[in-house]
Design a protein around this ligand. Structure first.
Ligand code: CA
Length: 654
């Protein structure tokens, strides 16, 4: 890598030196003890800050940054490779601390900064002060016996449910006591308003039958004011990272005590594991909330990519792309993932905008998590976000480079947009709404091979997630006059394509009850990152309406169907090429998809037209899906000739 290339015109700032090989050689620290290492006898601190002239550690009584409760400050000692260290003897458990880093040059107009520890394991309220924690004391009962529930499965067997912790329980109809908290995920036997039999929360998810819950960011993010009461807190998705190795305080019942959030989240993981659900974390290493980020304050400017004009590279559209290719940033990211996997028994990681992270860092992560559990599932948004800063020198983990990665899957935007139309054009219709230009692209995705993939297990199939309009809203937006019944038909057609395609299916939480994000003026919300609970909360009460229950049962039926027939779960290229074929239908609005495997055959028809599609020679088949019904054990025997209804999916098996 020629690092000098993208730092010209940037001399004599520190960034120039960071990009010299000499700097990396002199200041790359490979130790595993950055942060605070606690024992009853002493607490050892280590911070990487090569250009500081002085570093001080400040011990506080509480985690509340508004309290004037400094106990004492200590000067740290200069260590090897740009580190600073100090051992404090005695039991310092549950005290809080910050570092003050002092420089002889200004950065952003200041010399000194009081910062949180980039390796903080937990924090006080709002993530300003780090906490000295005894991690062992935070473990739930039988934590050492906790096991990964779906280790016997292959990624093609997974069914992932993408969920925001707060949305699960924020509405009163959920009947959940711990609203918006991790613990809300552990409440069993809840029903709509706790009256009647319609399940909510985790019981709803277990009933649906998914294998993995993918949680939107749960590390400590910046935007929510944790000091406010739950009801007056603003809403946020959490793509604004503040402390990468600490949990978000607003999801705990007490953000003021750094231990509580750890205990509650570990309990949640244990509970989910005990109920057969694997836990995936959404991690956002490609940018930070802002440049005040503590790592960047300790080593000013080091954390971000700089273009040839000296400006921050901005592929993320968040203003500060992470320079993952720099040795200590790469190490920081790998250390972080490894820590979550080890300490919290996390089963998988979803990397936000991974197309901005270099492939070496991702491969290092794969290597590290393999030592913990080789089944840990890694995937991300491999969009092509090349900038001037990266295009010549850095190989990024984007779709086009997937072959440079080992066991790393990527979101299939080809499938997503072919099904329902581009997410960037709300009026564009997709295949389900009769836009047949997508038919060929769709077939590639159905067989597990969008143009960039070389195995179905590299592909995360979905048609909606937290971003953009919900599936049901998009269907109605691109066809404003559509009837409720037709919109439901298109929604079912869409999800059947996701669930019956080869790859790893991912569902957006609530889409199984026609999730809509509607503002008070009735308009659909595309970007609900700051919308309130009335827009974002999952409304289980809709299931009291038969129409919604029918949709829910269809989703549930597809989950069972996929689980029963491994023909929809082919995990390699050879089998996929051998077993899958498409028959010419004479109409691009109808896809006839055949899978032949081990003497069995499944024929699936996706009919997006307004007309019946005739299928002949079906003697001896059973019907698994038709119209608005799915039954993995068979709905009925098929007739010799079947007419597949308009806007529907039909599946037969023999
Ligand atoms: Ca926070």
């Amino acid at each position: 890598m020629n690092l000098k290339k993208y730092t010209r015109n940037f001399n004599p700032d520190w960034n120039y030196q960071y990009s010299e090989k000499e700097f990396e050689d002199k200041y790359t620290y490979n130790g595993t003890d950055l942060g605070c290492t606690y024992s009853e006898l002493n607490s050892q601190f280590k911070l990487w800050s090569p250009f500081a002239k002085e570093v001080i550690i400040n011990l506080y009584e509480s985690g509340d940054y508004k309290k004037d409760d400094l106990i004492e400050s200590f000067n740290m000692n200069r260590g090897a490779y740009g580190t600073w260290y100090l051992d404090l003897s005695g039991d310092k458990k549950n005290l809080y601390y910050t570092y003050t880093v002092k420089f002889d040059r200004k950065y952003d107009g200041i010399y000194d900064a009081e910062i949180c520890d980039p390796y903080a394991r937990t924090c006080g309220v709002n993530g300003i002060r780090a906490m000295i924690t005894d991690l062992k004391s935070t473990n739930p009962e039988n934590w050492d016996k906790d096991s990964y529930p779906n280790d016997n499965l292959n990624p093609a067997d997974y069914i992932i449910y993408e969920l925001h912790t707060r949305d699960l329980s924020s509405l009163d109809c959920s009947g959940i006591k711990n609203k918006g908290k991790f613990l809300g995920l552990t409440e069993k036997n809840t029903t709509v308003y706790n009256k009647g039999i319609i399940k909510t929360g985790i019981d709803h998810i277990l009933d649906l039958g998914v294998t993995h819950i993918h949680l939107l960011p749960i590390y400590d993010y910046a935007t929510i004011d944790e000091s406010k009461e739950y009801n007056s807190r603003e809403y946020n998705w959490g793509y604004d990272p503040l402390n990468y190795n600490a949990l978000e305080g607003s999801y705990s019942t007490n953000p003021n005590d750094g231990n509580i959030r750890i205990k509650e989240f570990k309990n949640t993981v244990k509970f989910l594991h005990d109920n057969g659900i694997s836990v995936i974390m959404d991690v956002v290493y490609n940018h930070t909330y802002n440049e005040e980020f503590c790592f960047n304050r300790a080593v000013p400017g080091y954390f971000y990519r700089i273009d040839s004009d000296g400006n921050k590279s901005d592929g993320s559209r968040c203003g500060n792309d992470t320079a993952s290719e720099r040795s200590m940033v790469s190490k920081f990211i790998a250390d972080s993932v490894e820590y979550w996997a080890k300490e919290y028994h996390i089963d998988g990681f979803r990397f936000d905008l991974v197309g901005l992270i270099d492939v070496d860092t991702i491969n290092e992560i794969r290597k590290r998590v393999d030592k913990i559990n080789p089944k840990i599932f890694l995937y991300g948004e491999g969009w092509d976000l090349e900038t001037e800063t990266t295009k010549e020198d850095i190989k990024l983990a984007k779709q086009g480079n997937i072959d440079l990665l080992d066991r790393f899957a990527m979101f299939n935007d080809d499938l997503r947009d072919s099904i329902k139309g581009s997410v960037f054009d709300e009026e564009e219709k997709g295949f389900i709404s009769g836009n047949v230009k997508f038919a060929n692209n769709l077939k590639k995705s159905i067989s597990g091979f969008p143009k960039w993939s070389s195995s179905p297990v590299d592909v995360i199939n979905y048609t909606s997630c937290h971003d953009n309009y919900t599936l049901f809203d998009k269907i109605r937006l691109c066809n404003p006059n559509i009837s409720m019944d037709d919109a439901i038909k298109e929604n079912l057609l869409a999800i059947s394509i996701v669930m019956l395609s080869q790859g790893v299916p991912l569902l957006h939480a609530g889409e199984e009850i026609l999730r809509t994000k509607t503002d008070s003026d009735g308009s659909y919300v595309s970007d609900s990152v700051r919308s309130d609970d009335s827009v974002n909360g999952i409304d289980y009460s809709k299931l009291e309406d038969e129409k919604y229950m029918e949709v829910y049962n269809y989703y549930k039926g597809l989950v069972k169907l996929r689980k029963k027939y491994n023909m929809f779960r082919i995990d390699n290229k050879t089998d996929a090429e051998k077993c899958i074929s498409f028959k010419e239908t004479g109409n691009d609005g109808v896809i006839e998809y055949h899978i032949n495997k081990n003497g069995h055959e499944v024929i699936t028809i996706f009919n997006a037209t307004e007309n019946d599609y005739e299928l002949t020679d079906l003697n001896g088949y059973i019907v698994l899906a038709e119209d608005k019904s799915v039954n993995e054990n068979g709905i009925r025997k098929s007739d010799r000739v079947e007419n597949v209804k308009p806007k529907s999916t039909f599946v037969v098996y023999r």
